[in-house]
Design a protein around this ligand. Structure first.
Ligand code: TXA
Ligand code: MG
Length: 329
């Protein structure tokens, strides 16, 4: 397969952006770069286009999709903001934060986007995709641009490797800076509940001293509907918090110190030789894919600090290592 030569991957020039707008207007699918991961975008007001997202991903259930906007004003057309959600949006938008808020009545958002819920997940991403949305003038529904249950793509090539010609155009703006999906926070009756850890850390959120914050990790029953146990699944089995390397394993390392037996690793990649969690997050999905593509049966993962964005890294690793079933997003 000569993915590199796919004419679906275009550097994000103004011509490519214009082509993306035409495709979106015709109900097609465009993979878009965001600061977190690449998204598979369609016009959120076009039901057939949104249905196309589910079929391209092979997503077995109609889980709600995040609606991407290009301003707080655009978001306010679709959701009811209170003081807490307004403060969160002002503090972290544009950025890796998704707010789940009460959906306004009689909006043009297609019900498939919200899976018929009375809430909507909204995110104002950084950079090029926000520009695209501003030019389009309507929100874009976009899940991560990978096949159902697989690793989220942080490069244009990874999108193509996962979805191939099911996507009409892939806008290439280089590797994603954050590398992990957005933090999802549901705001209801003044309480902000973290549904998924991600690019905005707990300590970022805790700095907002007036916020009534509920941490979902302490309450496993509170989750986004799409948060299946098995997700981000590579073909290889994953063994987390490895204390020594076992025969035949590849090693996903972290930091300056190696576990016992590391020198015998089939392949070794280090998420961050200096132990920088932000660098590790940015490298996580691409290194997991690279080790997986090397054809090993098992990947051992060194322990990764549970602080800052390390919480989200460990969340994704746990899902990647979970027993596989067919019921994933
Ligand atoms: O960083 C990100 O969030 C990326 C980029 C592309 O923006 N998107 C992403 O989308 O990760 P996806 O579809 O892979 O994950 C969206 C999650 C799902 O777990 C879904 O259940 C949850 O958001 N979600 C969306 N709308 C929701 C709602 N109204 N209530 C609760 N959860 C919601
Ligand atoms: Mg996803």
């Amino acid at each position: 397969m000569k993915h590199e030569n796919s004419d679906r991957i275009l550097p994000a020039t103004s011509e490519a952006m214009a082509r993306a707008l035409t495709i979106l207007g015709n109900g097609g699918l465009v993979a878009v770069p965001t600061e977190t991961v690449y998204g598979l975008a369609a016009d959120a007001t076009n039901g057939e286009a949104v249905a196309g997202i589910f079929s391209a991903k092979g997503r077995p259930q109609f889980n709600p999709l995040i609606c991407h906007v290009s301003s707080l004003e655009m978001a306010q057309e679709y959701a009811v903001f209170d003081a807490a959600s307004l403060a969160l949006a002002k503090a972290f938008w544009p950025g890796p934060l998704t707010l789940v808020l009460p959906l306004k009545k009689d909006t043009k958002i297609h019900p498939l986007v919200t899976a018929g819920l009375d809430t909507i997940g909204l995110r104002f991403p950084k950079g090029l995709t926000a520009e695209l949305i501003a030019q389009y003038g309507k929100p874009l529904a976009a899940p991560s641009a990978n096949s159902s249950g697989k690793i989220s793509p942080t490069t244009a090539l990874a999108v193509y490797q996962s979805l191939g010609n099911k996507v009409d155009l892939i806008l290439d703006d280089g590797p994603c800076a954050v590398g992990l999906e957005s933090t999802i926070v549901k705001v209801s009756a003044g309480t902000a509940t973290i549904l998924r850890p991600g690019g905005i850390t707990l300590s970022d959120l805790r700095k907002m001293s007036h916020l009534n914050l509920l941490e979902a990790e302490a309450n496993a029953s509170i989750q986004a509907p799409g948060m299946m146990a098995s997700h981000y699944a590579p073909n290889a089995l994953m063994r987390l918090n490895a204390e020594k390397l076992l025969e035949g394993e590849a090693l996903l390392a972290f930091g300056p110190h190696r576990i016992n037996g590391a020198d015998k690793a089939a392949t070794l990649l280090n998420l961050s030789p200096s132990g920088d969690l932000i660098e590790a997050a940015a490298n996580l999905f691409s290194m997991m894919s690279e080790l997986d593509n090397s054809g090993v049966a098992k990947i051992a993962v060194e322990p990764i600090t549970m602080s800052g964005i390390g919480v989200a890294i460990n969340d994704r690793l746990k899902r990647a290592a979970a027993p596989r079933d067919s019921d994933h997003e």
